[in-house]
Write a protein that binds this ligand. Structure first.
Ligand SMILES: Cc1cc2nc3c(=O)[nH]c(=O)nc-3n(C[C@H](O)[C@H](O)[C@H](O)COP(=O)(O)O)c2cc1C
Length: 191
């Protein structure tokens, strides 16, 4: 049996009540449909402290147990999907922190950026894509931007139906997820 590509889904938001995790759960299902194995990497659960390594990540030196564990989780992946909200026209600090912990572990990894917000999280996606490209990830296509509608939320601003919200972008999302799974699986075979 051929190995299935391991696709990390990094949940970039860490608030106690958030859109990010249910959206990421929907994306995990699409990864499975595309023939990959979804590996949920929820930054709210991983709880990395603010970067506390003495040497820059490019040194390759990893000393803190949480850095070593994070590096091992990323190294085990064949591809990665970043799920990010738009916070003040950018992506969340927790996500930047998680990215900054590592360097070579990200190198050449196929990546997809999925964003959401009132304008589809376009600003966050642009920022994140720029940073990921700088680090050397292979960012696939233009990503998928999922715009909110006011009726997506109840009176306490909780997303009412994650599947319906994701469903509005189903076609673009399925195509983009399939692409990142395919590229990741191809590199797995050629490695
Ligand atoms: C700190 C903060 C800043 C925000 N700034 C923006 C913004 O610039 N653009 C936008 O469309 N939505 C913005 N929002 C609304 C978010 O899109 C919305 O709260 C979304 O649910 C956040 O994702 P999360 O629930 O996964 O944290 C902001 C929300 C927070 C918490």
């Amino acid at each position: 049996m051929s190995a299935r590509a391991q696709i990390g889904i990094i949940v970039g938001s860490t608030r106690p009540v958030r859109v990010g995790r249910p959206v990421a759960d929907e994306i995990a299902t699409l990864v499975g449909t595309a023939g990959g194995d979804a590996v949920m990497l929820d930054l709210a659960e991983i709880r990395l402290p603010l970067l506390d390594e003495a040497l820059p990540p490019a040194s390759g030196v990893r000393t803190q147990p949480h850095t070593i564990a994070w590096a091992e989780q990323i190294e085990a992946l064949d591809g990665v999907i970043f799920v990010t909200p738009d916070y003040n026209s950018g992506y969340p600090a927790a996500l930047k922190n998680a990215i900054d912990y590592l360097k070579t572990e990200w190198s050449a990894m196929p990546a997809l950026v999925v964003s959401y917000g009132w304008a589809g999280g376009a600003s966050a996606a642009a920022q994140l894509t720029s940073v990921l490209s700088y680090i050397g990830l292979q960012v696939q296509g233009d990503g998928v931007q999922m715009p909110f509608q006011p009726t997506d939320f109840d009176e306490s601003m909780q997303l009412i139906d994650a599947a319906a919200f994701v469903g509005r972008s189903a076609e673009a999302l399925a195509a983009a997820v399939a692409q990142v799974v395919e590229v990741s699986a191809h590199e797995l075979v050629s490695a």
